[in-house]
Ligand binder design. Structure first.
Ligand SMILES: Cc1cc2nc3c(=O)[nH]c(=O)nc-3n(C[C@H](O)[C@H](O)[C@H](O)COP(=O)(O)OP(=O)(O)OC[C@H]3O[C@@H](n4cnc5c(N)ncnc54)[C@H](O)[C@@H]3O)c2cc1C
Length: 592
């Protein structure tokens, strides 16, 4: 069974030292009262819940999986009781508005708690996950009565939410979706169609489920301009909040899948189910994007949480397991062999996880703090900047953190050797669970197109420019700092190269649109590795007040990152410059 202890020291270091959490809270209207003491208390409680309640259910949930019988889904043993504890502890409304029963704490606090949930039990975490997205959509696009009726029970944890986008023939390309919405005389709509792969579409944790469903009105234009968003509850719910009979929707089956086996992935059939339009007709994608952006950052957090758990276990095992002698002579002569951690290749894998974990945490938290700045800010220019930078960082967080989670959970498995491949130690579960994170909420390929197309070239590099300014600020602020001296010139050079590469791709894709698609994933990884170099140096820059050992720890990690990981960025830059020609030269028939 794998272990988990919340990494509170690291979380606090990133939040309070590297990202100046206290000034962040002071500047947020409505969050001025949030101080270190309050955050510490919340995180301590969250750590207990995750370590003692959720983490022990991770392995058993994976082994048991969910059960489907005649349209009803039962979650694994212990899941419902844990959910009740979650709700009783007030966790479901941590960041939701006070007007709807929430505590309205900043999103970053909710995100740190969520990182713990994702480490402790990724599958369990998918049930409240979509509620957060539904809360955001209702908050921003719902009518007041819709918020009263649907938001309150979600915030209280009595109901959960879903996101129903995917259909059998349409996933990445939502313009193809067919689900229909017929207006009824009473102002409601009747929704008909089949949605697949719906996370938490049916389960036994709550008394009602609020499905947010994308569908087409009868006169809707084709493509993405003709999609509307509807609230479709499992049990019919009137405008006065009264809950009636079962709606005409059902869970046809649940999927048998590679990982997150305790998360119910449902086929949902809507047979004239009663629902309400949310937001404007044919503008559903805009409302859905509110959910999707939140959900994309949430999936990035899943990647982070998985890396943390993988690293903790790999480190434990590497210290404990004795195999062979160190190349430079025995390090534990009293033992029959040295522990794995003496071997350079094991250290390569451990340090790769540690470096990605620490820089990735800073990157992810930074992005989520921009959500706070955007949502609560009052200054128009500052809000726009937060929005631009957040838009730019979101696909990087989503795609890079999840791709690295796949890599790092495999490193952990490898460190366990054959024991990693068998179920008992829990490493193969982490690797299986990680795999979905690069697919749902938009695959890595789709994130890459979003980053390079919409968030960079179409916006004249607004987000990139802001991020490059942050890099320049770090370099200027640390001009005389001996701790970061070796990293600053590299960062300055990378910032320049990033700009040049972007201009190069922009020009190339104006001449040939295929160049954008050909460069996109390499550009995404390039951006991710450079962004992490910046955060890696930032982690060093703030370490000295924490003592020599802490500073050395951060320095050693950053040195490893800059010398042994960052060269990957150069390979991606070369691939970008190689262009589309080699990808497009071969005729379709010649592939085989
Ligand atoms: C466990 C699980 C849970 C899920 N939960 C939900 C949920 O709660 N709600 C929901 O609505 N959906 C959910 N999904 C669906 C998920 O979001 C989709 O599977 C995903 O968006 C990809 O769509 P697809 O499977 O149809 O693949 P496709 O869209 O068919 O894509 C196949 C491949 O082609 C690539 N591709 C597609 N278009 C392009 C392009 N233009 N350029 C380059 N590459 C391209 C993709 O990156 C991918 O690699 C879930 C899926 C799973 C497996």
């Amino acid at each position: 069974m794998s272990r988990y202890a919340a990494p509170l020291r690291e979380m606090r270091y990133v939040l309070f030292d590297v990202l100046q959490g206290e000034s962040h809270f002071r500047a947020l209207p409505g969050a001025e009262h949030v101080n270190r003491e309050l955050v510490d208390a919340v995180l301590d409680e969250a750590a207990k819940f995750n370590e003692l309640v959720l983490a022990p259910l991770n392995g058993s949930g994976d082994q048991e999986g969910c059960h489907w019988h005649a349209g009803e889904v039962t979650t694994p043993k212990g899941f419902k009781a844990a959910y009740t504890q979650f709700v009783d502890g007030g966790w479901s409304g941590l960041t939701a508005p006070e007007a709807y029963g929430g505590q309205h704490l900043p999103e970053i606090i909710g995100a740190i708690v969520k990182e713990m949930i994702d480490s402790a039990n990724l599958s369990w975490g998918t049930y409240p996950l979509l509620s957060h997205g539904a809360t955001e959509a209702l908050k921003h696009h719902g009518e007041e009565w819709q918020r009263e009726v649907f938001l309150k029970p979600i915030v209280e944890g009595r109901w959960t939410g879903t996101m129903c986008l995917t259909e059998p023939h349409c996933g990445s390309d939502l313009g193809l979706l067919k689900t229909k919405a017929e207006p009824a005389a009473d102002g409601r709509y009747r929704i008909s169609g089949t949605k697949i792969f719906i996370t938490a579409g049916e389960h036994d944790l709550t008394e009602n489920i609020v499905h947010l469903v994308l569908a087409r009105l009868p006169d809707a234009p084709p493509g993405t301009k003709g999609i509307s968003l509807f609230i479709v509850p499992k049990f019919k719910t009137a405008r006065d909040g009264s809950v009636g009979e079962r709606n005409t929707l059902s869970c046809g089956s649940i999927e048998h899948k590679m990982g997150i086996k305790a998360s119910a992935t449902c086929v949902m059939n809507f047979d004239g189910a009663e629902g309400y339009l949310i937001g404007q007709a044919n503008r559903g994608l805009i409302a859905m994007f509110t959910m999707m952006n939140t959900a994309r950052l949430a999936v990035g957090l899943q990647g982070l949480g998985l890396i943390e758990r993988a690293y903790q276990n790999a480190l434990f095992y590497a210290r404990d397991r004795l195999q062979m002698r160190s190349l430079s002579g025995p390090k534990r002569p009293d033992k029959p062999a040295d522990p794995l951690i003496v071997h350079p290749d094991i250290r390569r894998m451990l340090l790769t996880q540690k470096a990605f974990l620490e820089a990735g945490r800073a990157l992810t938290y930074r992005a989520i703090m921009l959500v706070d700045a955007f949502e609560r800010g009052t200054d128009a220019e500052a809000k726009k900047n937060a929005d631009d930078l957040l838009g730019f960082l979101t696909p990087i967080v989503k795609a890079v953190m999840t791709e690295l989670a796949v890599e790092c959970t495999y490193h952990a498995l490898q460190i366990y050797g054959g024991h990693g491949y068998i179920a008992e130690w829990g490493m193969e579960q982490l690797a299986r669970d990680a795999r979905i994170t690069t697919i749902y909420e938009g695959t890595t390929g789709i994130q890459a197109l979003d980053l390079l197309g919409r968030k960079t070239l179409q916006s004249q590099g607004a987000g990139l420019k802001l991020f490059l300014t942050e890099i320049a600020d770090l370099c200027a602020a640390n001009a005389g700092n001996t701790d970061t001296a070796e990293f600053i010139p590299v960062l300055t050079q990378l910032a320049q190269q990033w700009q040049e590469l972007t201009l190069h791709v922009g020009k190339a894709s104006m001449a040939d649109p295929e160049e954008l698609g050909a460069a996109s994933v390499d550009y995404l990884f390039y951006s991710g590795y450079v962004a992490m170099a910046y955060f890696s140096a930032s982690l060093v820059a703030h370490a000295r007040p924490h003592g020599d050992a802490f500073l050395k720890n951060k320095l050693d990690t950053a040195r490893f990152y800059f010398t042994r990981i960052l060269p990957r960025a150069s390979a991606h830059a070369l691939a970008i410059r190689a262009g589309a020609a080699t990808l497009m030269a071969m005729d379709e028939e010649s592939f085989g």
